[in-house]
Design a protein. Structure first.
Length: 411
């Protein structure tokens, strides 16, 4: 993959995006109650910049263009890049100096990737042409629907028709990866198929379907659930079936994946769970004993992978393992937990707090943060082949097994 520089324009959801979408993860967030969650970056006490502010995208206003260019120039002193990815806590398309910034970046002979944007800031369809002329050759676009009426209602998009015309132009002239947050009874079913059909016709390269989360167990850990009152979301299995149907209909024309699962091309997450020969080799390497704490989605896969070893897997009532918090750990039956415990590397809990919770029965357990990523999420897997995805997982599990053997010494 080509080397690229990430330039953060800052900004905040709801403030620097022309207003909240109805389904925004950060809507209803109480900014007067910014308690720290705890995370791997915390030092001696619970709380740091990341788990207090960054996880909530509390970044302040957009940066002025001179500061962004200064950051660009400083980065180019130390390393040569081929592309710049523009990202923001707000919406990149709402950055008031976006055209001027891209024009300035083009003077450095760098290509440009417009990071995750809804296009709500595009009030003139000529903007897309200008941006392409200035070197934008890759766009990640949050579509929701190609029906402008739905975008206006659900995305608070006052420029819905223009945004879609810009998206069409990008699709025709750039590498475009689209994202669709799927909400039951709103943009699923026929609406979803119509949207993806349009994206195929326009020339989009990939689409990722994203399950809408509306409860704490689905991932809303910021104290703002539910985002939409009374809305029952798709179950994990229902959502997987939606991804499967979309792939069967459009997979020959556009790369299809889903999050929190699944990718029909790579068979991730946990592609190796169906590769028995690989599993046998991995299991033979397990010499230690330990407990792995994980979420509901990863649980059946990890259970299968570590079958017939001295490693047991315990799930909490949280779909995604990386969004486990201290509240989830408090509900675990410690009778199921061995002397060495692995928690997800990115779990939102301070390591010392995790140790206190998992030792509350008097046993002096070793608590270890696991491997950064054991598999590929749909947002990443789209750029991998099945072979590459399996190779990634084998390497990750070999690393985890090495940690198990080191920390989980048998009595």
């Amino acid at each position: 993959m080509e080397s690229r520089l990430l330039l953060d324009l800052k900004g905040e959801p709801g403030v620097n995006c022309n207003g909240f979408c109805k389904f925004c993860y950060f809507r209803k967030l109480d900014k007067n109650n910014l308690y720290p969650l705890g995370c791997k970056y915390c030092q001696f006490t619970v709380g740091c910049e990341y788990c207090t502010y960054s996880v909530r995208e509390i970044n302040g206003d957009f940066l002025p263009i001179p500061m962004v260019l200064m950051n660009l120039q400083s980065s180019l002193i130390f390393k040569r890049y081929k592309k710049v990815s523009l990202t923001a806590g707000g919406d990149v398309s709402c950055y008031p100096f976006l055209e001027d910034l891209c024009k300035a970046i083009s003077n450095f002979n760098l290509k440009i990737h417009l990071g995750y944007t809804s296009g709500k800031g595009f009030n003139n369809e000529e903007i897309a042409k200008n941006l392409v002329d200035y070197g934008v050759d890759e766009v990640t676009f949050s579509v929701f629907s190609t029906n402008p009426k739905l975008r206006k209602e659900w995305m608070n998009d006052k420029n819905a028709e223009t945004a879609l015309k810009c998206l069409k132009y990008f699709c025709e002239n750039c590498e475009v990866h689209c994202a669709i947050i799927v909400i039951p009874g709103v943009n699923d079913g026929e609406e979803l198929f119509k949207t993806i059909s349009d994206l195929v016709d326009w020339g989009a390269k990939a689409v990722i379907l994203m399950r809408f989360a509306n409860t704490e167990e689905q991932g809303l850990i910021l104290g703002n659930a539910p985002i939409i009152e009374g809305l029952k979301t798709h179950s994990v299995e229902e959502f997987k079936n939606i991804v499967k149907k979309v792939y069967e209909e459009f997979g020959d024309y556009i790369r299809v994946s889903g999050t929190p699962l699944y990718d029909p091309v790579t068979n991730t997450p946990f592609a190796i769970a169906k590769e028995e020969k690989i599993l046998e080799k991995l299991r033979d390497k397990v010499e230690g004993e330990a407990t792995i704490i994980t979420g509901k989605i990863a649980y059946p896969y990890l259970n299968k992978i570590f079958e017939n070893t001295d490693v047991n897997v315990v799930k909490v009532n949280k779909d995604i393992a990386d969004l486990i918090t201290s509240k989830d750990l408090e509900k675990i039956d410690l009778r199921e937990v061995k002397d060495t415990v692995f928690i997800p590397a990115n779990a939102f809990v301070h390591t010392n707090v995790a140790e206190e919770i998992l030792r509350r029965d008097g046993k002096d357990r070793i608590v270890v943060r696991g491997v950064e990523s054991l598999t590929l999420d749909g947002e990443i897997s789209g750029s991998y082949s099945k072979k590459e995805a399996i190779e990634f997982e084998i390497k990750a599990f070999e690393e985890l097994i090495g940690m198990i053997n080191f920390f989980g010494i048998k009595k």
